[in-house]
Each structure stands twice: as C-alpha cells, then as structure tokens.
Ligand binder design. Structure first.
Ligand SMILES: Nc1ncnc2c1ncn2[C@@H]1O[C@H](COP(=O)(O)OP(=O)(O)OP(=O)(O)O)[C@@H](O)[C@H]1O
Length: 256
C-alpha cells in the first residue's frame, strides 16, 4: 500500500439482523482516502453513511470485505489492541458532541490522552494546547452546559486532534448548529486540515460543508455511486460561503 493511502476499503458488506428483519446497510463499498484529504460522504437518509463511518472506524464489525487503516486490518486485531489503536490513531466528532457533562473542557479533552496511556501532566499540557488551537483557551474550565453548541463542538474537535491521529471521523458535525456556527466549525476543520495535514472523513447532509471538502463521495443504497472533486480542493484558502445550490462549487470528476 502506498504511504499516501490512510484508508482502503474493498468490497465492504454490512447487514443488520435484528431477528425480525435484515437490513443490508452496505452492499460492497470500495474507497480510498489519502493522507491529508478532507472527504465528505453524502446521500439520502438511510443510504448507509453512518454505517460506513462506523465500519471504517471499527466501531461496527463488517460482514465481509476488508478495511485497512494505515495498512492495518482492525478486524484482525484482538479487542484490546483494536481499542488501543482507535484511542491512539483515531479521533471522533459526533453531532451531539458526546462530552462528559461533569467534566470541564480541558478534562474532556485530556480524557482522550489518559485513555491512550499518557501521563496526567503531559495530558493536561497537550489538552490546553489543543483548546488553544480551536480558539477555546479561555473556556478550559467551563463544563459543557456553560458553553454554546459551537464551543462544545470545538471541544470535541480539540479532543479528536489531541492525539495527533491518523484520521478524524466526523458524523454530522454541524447537524446541531445554526448555519453561521456550522460555517465557523467547518472553517475550523478546514484550517486544521490545511495547516496540520489532519485527514477528515465527514458524514454530512449539508452541501455547504461538502463543498468545502476536497471530495464528495455520494452514497445510494449502501454503495458509493459517485465521486466529485470540489473547487475547494484547488484553492489556497478554504472556499467561502456562497448562496447554497446543490451543484455549486462541485465539479464532476474521475479519480485523480
Ligand atoms: N442498529 C441497526 N439495526 C438495524 N438496522 C439499522 C441499524 N442501524 C442502521 N440500520 C439501517 O441501516 C440502513 C443505513 O443506516 P445509516 O444510519 O447508516 O444511514 P444514514 O445514511 O447514515 O442515514 P441518516 O442520514 O438518516 O443518518 C438504514 O436502513 C437503517 O434503518
């Protein structure tokens, strides 16, 4: 595998079997993500976006096919090794933040480092740095309910990047935010992607987010059916907001 490829998925199938019904959520997904890319996954409700993110990141097990992250097949690791790999090499951002309500911002961020086995003093120092990177140095001691939605999401982004992960998985990171705050959070992710080379896979319904990534993967019925390279990929600066139109800022492409 080329060093450039962080995620390689081949023929990934996933069926949910509830006992009463079987739902084929992924029907043979093939994709590659390269180091330093910011990629969006879009598609209609129920097409399998969250399932894809969960299967690529090892949250969910796949039924068949293969997922390699930095050349490692998480399915082949024992439980503890897989948990450790995820703690050390992956960051997660969710729609509803998943912050511990009783912990302050800095404590929420340092939890990621403590779980990965870092010493408390180092964890605190790096967590304060990460909060500084997302513009929240002055909110380190606030608990989540003392922060706005945008601030909470910036805390989760600090938590996701504090380990210097190979990839950050984001599931509807702007889904709970108004459009202006969503734009700020997208700008932050874009800046971290550009300045720190952080690789992002972002599941989103929001075309304004998709347009600012490098590539949009379109899903339908459990498959990636189309790929589009955006104009933002080629611009020096992150693309700014324009009036939303589904096809704006996106050019059809074949893999480059
Ligand atoms: N735990 C589960 N048990 C049974 N079926 C499930 C489960 N999770 C998801 N599904 C089904 O799998 C399919 C894909 O779901 P998924 O959540 O991945 O879609 P999605 O594209 O992320 O949807 P949305 O945009 O609405 O969040 C859907 O038909 C869904 O009902």
């Amino acid at each position: 595998m080329s060093d450039d490829v962080i995620v390689r998925a081949t023929g990934v199938h996933k069926t949910y079997d509830t006992g009463r019904v079987q739902v084929a959520a992924l029907n043979g997904v093939d994709l590659e993500l390269r180091r330093g890319e910011m990629v969006a996954v879009m598609g209609p409700s129920g097409c399998g976006k969250t399932t894809l993110l969960n299967c690529l990141s090892g949250i969910d097990e796949i039924d068949s096919g293969q997922v390699l992250i930095e050349g490692v097949s998480l399915a082949d690791l024992r439980d503890r090794a897989r948990t450790r790999y995820r703690a050390e090499r992956m960051g997660f951002v969710f729609q509803f933040y998943n912050l511990m309500p009783v912990l302050s911002a800095v404590e929420n961020v340092e939890m990621a480092l403590l779980l990965a086995g870092r010493r408390p003093a180092e964890a605190r120092r790096r967590s304060l740095e990460a909060l500084g990177l997302v513009g929240l140095a002055d909110r380190a001691d606030h608990v989540p309910e003392e922060m706005s939605g945008g601030e909470r999401q910036r805390v989760t982004i600090a938590r996701a990047l504090v380990n210097d992960p190979a990839i950050v998985w984001a599931d509807e990171p702007t889904g709970d935010l108004d459009s202006e705050t969503a734009d700020d959070v997208t700008t932050l992710m874009r800046r971290l992607n550009r300045e720190r080379g952080l690789t992002f896979l972002i599941v989103t319904h929001d075309i304004a987010v998709g347009r600012r990534t490098d590539r949009i993967l379109r899903m339908l019925d459990g498959q990636v059916v189309d790929e589009q390279v955006t104009d933002a990929r080629f611009s020096e600066e992150p693309a700014r907001e324009e009036p939303a139109r589904e096809d704006q800022g996106v050019r059809a492409s074949h893999a480059d």
